[in-house]
Design a protein around this ligand. Structure first.
Ligand code: ZN
Length: 213
């Protein structure tokens, strides 16, 4: 076939425009990342040219870009676009926000649920945006404690709330699959800011909501 392969119309989620390798007519997403994944496959004793692995470097490069897409996003922008004035005096709680992150020590997934509460100071934010703020920080290489603090600090700073509480419960595959191999342990981390830090009753009210089935 003398015809050149058409350029892909797939819109990339990463910052690379997909191109094609003229010799193999295969999509190239990110040549450098794909080359590194190919080397990694060889290093662990695999054959990167066998059928099942042929497109794996491409898939891994795309997956990695998605899983670390939080670096390109700003929690401030997300919050500030969705804030509205509202005289709410009561605590707002968003419970059981599913999240997936990767530990920075092993680049293995950790995942679980985040519970976020805040005491508004004349301003509230769309509830789905709270979940997006969690994703902004989860989709990076993380340690759970820092992730928890970053979510709390971003909401505290850009929402101007009286207080923010974040509790995260997660399973770490680096503990489950290797190392101590504790399949059933979960790690709980919390960050309390403002009234949640200063006032034990506010904190207790929040924790009470989390325990309710
Ligand atoms: Zn780890």
């Amino acid at each position: 076939m003398s015809q050149k392969p058409a350029l892909s119309r797939v819109v990339s989620h990463g910052h690379y425009a997909p191109t094609f390798d003229a010799e193999t007519a295969e999509e190239v997403y990110d040549a450098e990342k794909e080359r590194l994944v190919r080397s990694l496959l060889e290093e662990i004793g695999e054959d990167p040219d066998r059928e099942g692995l042929r497109r794996t470097p491409l898939r891994v490069a795309k997956a990695l870009d998605f899983l670390t897409s939080g670096y390109q996003l700003s929690a401030e922008e997300i919050i500030k676009k969705a804030v509205f004035e509202e005289e709410v005096k009561e605590m707002v709680i968003v419970r059981d926000i599913e999240f997936y992150s990767m530990c920075e020590h092993h680049m293995l997934p950790f995942f679980g649920h985040a519970h976020v509460g805040y005491l508004p100071n004349g301003r509230v934010v769309g509830l789905s945006k709270v979940a997006r703020v969690v994703d902004v920080f989860a989709r990076r290489l993380q340690v759970q404690e820092r992730l928890t603090n970053q979510v709390a600090d971003a909401l505290m700073e850009h929402l101007g709330a009286h207080g923010v509480a974040v509790v995260m419960e997660a399973s770490h595959t680096c503990m489950m699959m290797r190392g101590v191999q504790k399949q059933n342990s979960t790690t709980v981390s919390s960050a309390m800011r403002g009234t949640f830090e200063e006032d034990a009753r506010t904190r207790a009210e929040f924790m009470g909501f989390l325990r309710r089935g």
